[in-house]
Design a protein around this ligand. Structure first.
Ligand code: ATP
Ligand code: MG
Length: 302
C-alpha cells in the first residue's frame, strides 16, 4: 500500500544519477493550496510557475513483473514508516508502465561522496553522531520487525552538514530500492561486502540480522572516509571473499574494531541487535577513540 501521486503533480528536472535499475531526477511535487481535488484549469496551465516541494524522482527502468513488484514493495514499506532519520517517501506515480518513486530531496547528497569531499573537516565526533543516527533508524525498523536490506554509505543522505562550529550533522537513510528478493544473483554479488553473506543465495530468509552486517560495513566506510578496499574487486573475487569467510580491514581503534567485527560475523545469530548497537556506540563514543582508517593517512596541520 502506498500513496498514489498524479503524473500532473510532478515536474521532472535534471538527472542526478542512476542506481540499481533506476534513473534519478531532481523534481518538484506540486501541492494544492488545500480544498477539493478537482480539476483546476489555471493550476494545470501554470504548473511550472507554481512552487513545489523539491523531490527526487526515482524512475524504474522498464522491467519485468518481479522487478516492478520488488520496487513497489519498497515504496509500500517506506510509506508505512516514519522516523526522522529515514527519508520521506511521498508516494508512487504510475505513468503508463513507468513506476516513479517520489521521495524527499536531501540537499547534500550521499554520505560516501560527502566524506570523500569533506574528509579534512570531518571529526571522529561527527562520524559517531552519524553512526548513531543510522543506528537509531535501524533500531526503529527492528522494533517494527521490518528491515531495510540495502544499508550502505551511498544510501545515507546528508541533510545537514554539521561542519560549521556549533552545528551537528543530520543524515537520513534512503529507501532500499528494489527488494533484494527480486534481484538476480549477479546483482546481489555486486553488493558484496555490504550484503550479508546469507543473502547472496536466494531462498534464505532476509531478516533484520542482514542489516546488522551491512551496518558494520557502513561503519567501516564511514571510518575510511567513504572508501572500502573491495570496491575494485571483480564479482569472482567478491564471491570468493565470502566463500573464504574473508575479513575486512578494521580501524585502528581496538574498541571500534571489535565492535565492528561483532556486526561482521558470518553467523547471523551472533550479530548484535540495534538496541545493543546503540548502547555500545554511546559507550565507545564517550571514550572518544581515534577512528582513522587502518592505513595511516597523511595528517594535515591544525
Ligand atoms: P540503490 O537501490 O542501489 O540504492 P538507487 O535507485 O537508490 O539505487 P542510488 O545509487 O542510491 O540509486 O542514487 C543515485 C544518486 O541519486 C545518488 O548518488 C544521489 O546523488 C542521488 N540521490 C538519490 N536519492 C536522493 C535523495 N533523496 N536526495 C538527493 N539525492 C539523491
Ligand atoms: Mg539508493
Amino acid at each position: 500500500r502506498f500513496h498514489h501521486i498524479k503524473d500532473k503533480d510532478i515536474v521532472k528536472k535534471q538527472h542526478l544519477g542512476s542506481g540499481t535499475k533506476t534513473n534519478i531526477y531532481l523534481g518538484l511535487l506540486l501541492v494544492r493550496g488545500g480544498g477539493e481535488d478537482d480539476e483546476d484549469e489555471e493550476f494545470n496551465n501554470n504548473s511550472t510557475d507554481r512552487k513545489g516541494i523539491p523531490v527526487v524522482l526515482k524512475i524504474l527502468d522498464q522491467n519485468d513483473k518481479d522487478i516492478d513488484m520488488g520496487f513497489l514493495e519498497t515504496a509500500s514499506l517506506m510509506n508505512q514508516v516514519s522516523h526522522s532519520h529515514l527519508v520521506f517517501v511521498h508516494g508512487v506515480s504510475v505513468k503508463g508502465s513507468e513506476n516513479i518513486m517520489v521521495e524527499e530531496f536531501v540537499e547534500f547528497g550521499p554520505l560516501d561522496d560527502f566524506l570523500r569531499k569533506e574528509k579534512a573537516s570531518v571529526t571522529p565526533q561527527w562520524k559517531f553522531i552519524v553512526a548513531k543516527q543510522l543506528a537509531s533508524a535501524l533500531n526503529y525498523l527492528e522494533t517494527k520487525r521490518l528491515f531495510h536490506g540495502n544499508v550502505c554509505a551511498k544510501n545515507i543522505l546528508v541533510a545537514r552538514r554539521g561542519l560549521e562550529p556549533g552545528t551537528t550533522p543530520f543524515v537520513k537513510l534512503s529507501d532500499p530500492g528494489i527488494a533484494l528478493s527480486a534481484l538476480s544473483r549477479e546483482e546481489r554479488l555486486k553488493r558484496i561486502p555490504w550484503i550479508a553473506p546469507e543473502c547472496v543465495d536466494s531462498g534464505a530468509p532476509i531478516g533484520n540480522v542482514a542489516d546488522q552486517w551491512s551496518f558494520g560495513v557502513t561503519l567501516l566506510e564511514i571510518c575510511n572516509n567513504g572508501d572500502l578496499p573491495m570496491s575494485g574487486s571483480t564479482l569472482f573475487e567478491k564471491e570468493r571473499f565470502y566463500q573464504q569467510r574473508g575479513r575486512l580491514a578494521e580501524p585502528s581503534s581496538q574498541e571500534l574494531a571489535s565492535f565492528i567485527s561483532m556486526c561482521l560475523t558470518y553467523d547471523p545469530v551472533e550479530r548484535p541487535s540495534f538496541h545493543t548497537v546503540l548502547r555500545d556506540l554511546t559507550e565507545i563514543m564517550i571514550k572518544n577513540p581515534d577512528i582513522s582508517p587502518s592505513e595511516t593517512l597523511p595528517k594535515t596541520d591544525p
